[in-house]
Design a protein around this ligand. Structure first.
Ligand SMILES: Nc1ncnc2c1ncn2[C@@H]1O[C@H](COP(=O)(O)OP(=O)(O)OP(=O)(O)O)[C@@H](O)[C@H]1O
Length: 356
């Protein structure tokens, strides 16, 4: 069941078209990440859904109600929406308990059981209830902000880059606590982020925004494995792009025959794989070997720069304990399938292959 539907939404400012025909369906009780670079229109989209701004055209429907468009306008406070901003949204002069209770209906503000439930939901120690925001870590503050947003049992929660101000150590635990609370309450959620790993790891559905349009919407695995174009492939992660001759569903590449996920309408002469799909092993006698030109150690894994016969260079990502020595020769095999793209000369190095 779809809980939130956005149709042909457009918004411009005097000097700029910010949203240009956005369509999005967010299924009930799921988390959709809207992913895009800074300035692409993510916050504008959230503000229109929340009812803080009006669009130029288009409709927004929450459950059975059209809240914007088709002659309807439901103000922000009647949309049953919770909003969590990047940082600093707590009232500095109120305790944790008072901040969270502020989100409760007036008759429930003294309900200590509900307050305890909300603290538990977001994984906060009840002892923190008497502290003020400046006495909390950034991660604790964001959990309080979420508890306050969830207090009135909203239909939809909007998260505007809620983890981006946290340092790496706090970010992971806070993300997990927030998603656990949203899942436990079955809340329909939109998260906007410019962080690919965050979108891919947290969301049920990812919608990628570019210049005010959603260019592809799908599950995280779909997007990562079958991005709509090579620019999006590179935005979502590192790529290995190889020239290929494709017959039916097999691509002949410098690394041998690789199965292709889907044929490319109009033909194709390049395929994309991810660096972690490359496995390195001692070269087979007679088989082409690659020369290891650099190894970058990242702890659990390592990035290995390889020069193939000719002048082609590619990059593999392997478990760090399997990384070969710089200067040695290695065999390279491709695991899994590749995605085919129409010829895009500008994405290829003069040598004919490329990895980012
Ligand atoms: N009130 C406004 N008046 C004029 N221009 C605006 C206004 N609000 C946003 N913009 C412009 O619209 C564009 C999109 O802004 P928006 O905040 O939606 O992007 P974003 O993707 O959320 O970026 P970020 O990740 O940096 O927050 C930007 O170029 C911004 O300068």
């Amino acid at each position: 069941m779809t809980d939130l539907t956005i149709t042909a939404l457009a918004k411009s400012y005097p000097d700029q078209n910010v949203l240009d025909g956005v369509d999005l369906e967010v299924p009930a009780s799921t988390l959709t990440a809207v992913l895009g670079p800074s300035g692409c229109g993510k916050t504008t989209l959230l503000r229109l859904v929340a009812g803080f701004d009006r669009p130029d055209s288009g409709t927004i429907t929450i459950g059975p109600s059209t809240v914007t468009g088709d002659g309807s306008w439901i103000p922000a406070h009647r949309r049953q929406i919770g909003y969590v901003a990047q940082e600093g949204s707590l009232f500095p002069h109120l305790t944790v308990a008072a901040n969270i209770s502020f989100g409760l209906p007036r008759r429930e503000r003294r309900n200590q059981i509900r307050l305890a439930e909300l603290l538990d939901l977001v994984g906060l120690d009840p002892a923190l209830r008497t502290r003020y925001p400046h006495q909390l870590s950034g991660g604790q503050q964001q959990r309080v902000a979420l508890a306050r947003a969830l207090a009135p049992k909203p239909r939809v929660v909007l998260l505007d880059e809620p983890f981006s101000a946290l340092d790496t150590a706090l970010r992971e635990g806070t993300r997990r606590a927030v998603v656990a609370a949203l899942t436990a309450t079955g809340t329909t959620t939109i998260l906007v982020t410019h962080d690919q790993a965050e979108a891919l790891s947290l969301a049920n559905q990812v919608a990628v925004m570019r210049h005010g349009q959603l260019i592809q919407t799908g599950t995280p695995t779909d997007l990562y494995r079958r991005p709509a174009d090579l620019e999006l492939a590179g935005f979502l992660g590192s790529t290995v792009i190889l020239p290929a001759t494709i017959t039916d569903t097999i691509a002949q590449t410098v690394l041998g025959a690789v199965p292709v996920r889907r044929p490319c309408p109009g033909g194709s002469d390049s395929v994309m794989i991810r660096p972690e799909q490359l496995a390195l092993a001692p070269p087979e006698p007679g088989a082409p070997a690659a020369h290891v030109t650099a190894v970058t150690f990242y702890g659990p894994d390592a990035v290995v720069d390889l020069k193939l016969p000719g002048t082609t260079t590619i990059t593999a990502r392997v478990p760090s304990h399997q990384a070969p020595e710089v200067g040695t020769e290695t065999g390279v095999t491709v695991h899994g399938t590749a995605t085919a793209y129409p010829s895009r000369v500008e994405h290829l190095r003069p040598a004919g292959a490329h990895s980012t």
